[in-house]
Design a protein around this ligand. Structure first.
Ligand code: SF4
Length: 460
């Protein structure tokens, strides 16, 4: 029987974001990886991180009668190109082609679909159903999937949450691990669902094991505000599981709020957390109040003190372009960053996007171009606001470069992971308890195995 062939299409970042030396944001984001390599920051060739949707859908398509492939679109003929076949790039043969459509790649994907009228495409993504209908519906050979469940339903497959990274085998990256979804904070610029849902334990175990084929030093915890969902304490066991198959694993990066850090409930060392992304957004109380961010400048400073005492790396998240920010408020944020720069590993900078579904989408009247995440020009900015954004952007990315260069100078040559050679007495894989119940004993071939889960540790 012929296998069913499924091809994941991913538009390469090289095509979407060609080098632009005149753009300070582009210079900063491209400088992160060479400067942060000593801190375990690995970047795949075609994207910032492995597209999670591909790993999740691959998990549902796991079947001996299915063949999966990944195709990176890193070049495309311009409309007026007469030299090449109009069908360039030539897609590999497959029964179904999947892609995730965003504002930045929608035109490229529309061209691909248009050039391949005999092929069947399944698309989903941030563009949403309305955006999809405007561009892809008239082409006739594309189906819209709201999510992975939808795709499974069309294909008559059982949906099961999980990840499968075999298409990315050996790839240098920072994989994501989800312990929970949602956040209870209701910041007005955010579209994350209000309700916390905990990921079941077997699924956490599956996600962890799936990482074994990847090349990484850090794992990014996907939980939106780390600490809100109490299963976070499992990290100490998950760390041992990962360390057993990947000796160069350093620990976790989490994202959280100042309020959460101030509560001092999280033991960063026991949980093996090495990096904390802290949602600062703006160092101005009136802006924080306006957007319902549950903190003020005093609590921001207290949270920084707590993290410094834990000696974890701090990465402040800053937003550019929130309506209401002025040159004065931006200067306050910049001055605070400048005063504390020696305590930061790097800066995380995002442009405000008034996504439909966030409370902030009602604050401004938008045009289609306002949803582009990679640029900060917005139709609703006044001339003064646009000028302030421009000044802040330049200052912020200059400071960002200074911080990551200092990080590189600190970290280069310092990291030297000791070899893990000693055979443990008890199983250290999650969720084994690490006591007599999970003792290691030799099997019939002399391999040391856990009496509880059967996990093998090799020969003594
Ligand atoms: S704390 Fe973060 S995830 Fe939670 S609502 Fe605010 S911005 Fe969204």
């Amino acid at each position: 029987m012929n296998k069913r062939q499924f091809c994941f299409l991913q538009v390469s970042d090289r095509l979407l974001n060609p080098d632009d030396k005149s753009n300070p944001a582009d210079n900063y984001f491209k400088a992160i990886w060479p400067n942060m390599a000593g801190e375990g920051y690995y970047r795949p060739e075609h994207y910032w991180e492995i597209p999670t949707w591909i790993a999740e859908l691959s998990h549902c398509l796991k079947d001996k009668d299915h063949e999966l492939m990944l195709y990176h679109i890193d070049e495309i003929c311009p409309d007026d190109c007469g030299a090449r076949s109009p069908h360039y790039p030539v897609l590999p043969e497959a029964d179904i082609y999947f892609a995730s459509v965003m504002d930045c790649n929608k035109e490229i994907l529309a061209r691909i679909v248009h050039n391949n009228p005999d092929k069947q495409f399944f698309f989903g993504g941030y563009i949403g159903h309305k955006g999809f209908c405007e561009i892809f519906y008239p082409l006739g050979n594309v189906l819209w999937c709201n999510n992975t469940q939808d795709a499974c339903e069309y294909l008559d497959l059982d949906y099961q949450y999980g990840t499968d990274y075999r298409l990315f085998k050996g790839m240098k990256c920072i994989p994501r691990l989800t312990l929970s979804n949602g956040c209870t904070n209701h910041c007005k610029f955010c579209t994350v669902p209000d309700e916390i849902t905990q990921v079941p334990y077997p699924s956490i175990g599956q996600q962890t094991e799936a990482m074994e084929c990847l090349d990484f030093e850090l794992v990014y915890i996907n939980d939106k505000t780390f600490g809100q969902c109490h299963n976070y304490i499992e990290l100490k066991y998950i760390y041992n599981t990962i360390k057993a198959f990947n000796p160069k694993f350093r620990g976790f990066t989490v994202q959280t709020t100042c309020a959460q850090v101030e509560r001092q409930e999280i033991d960063f060392h026991v949980l093996q957390i090495v990096n904390v992304e802290l949602g600062i957004e703006s160092y101005n109380n009136e802006i924080l109040r306006k957007y319902n961010k549950p903190q003020n400048t005093r609590s921001i400073d207290r949270a920084i003190d707590v993290l410094k005492r834990w000696n974890v790396n701090i990465i402040p998240n800053i937003i550019i372009g929130l309506p209401g920010e002025t040159l004065n408020t931006y200067v306050n944020t910049w001055e605070w960053l400048e005063e504390n720069k020696q305590d930061f590993l790097m800066l995380n900078v995002t442009n405000f996007v008034p996504y439909a579904g966030s409370d902030a989408s009602d604050i401004v009247k938008t045009q289609p171009g306002d949803f582009n995440q990679t640029v900060c020009e917005r139709s609703y900015h006044t001339r003064q606001e646009a000028m302030a954004v421009g000044v802040f952007t330049n200052l912020l990315f200059d400071l960002g470069i200074e911080i990551i260069e200092a990080t590189k100078a600190r970290s280069s040559g310092v990291y030297d992971e000791p070899m893990c050679t000693k055979m443990p007495r008890y199983c250290n894989k999650w969720p084994c308890p690490g006591n007599e119940e999970s003792k290691l004993e030799p099997d019939e071939n002399g391999f040391m195995c856990c009496i509880k889960c059967g996990g093998s540790y090799g020969k003594k």
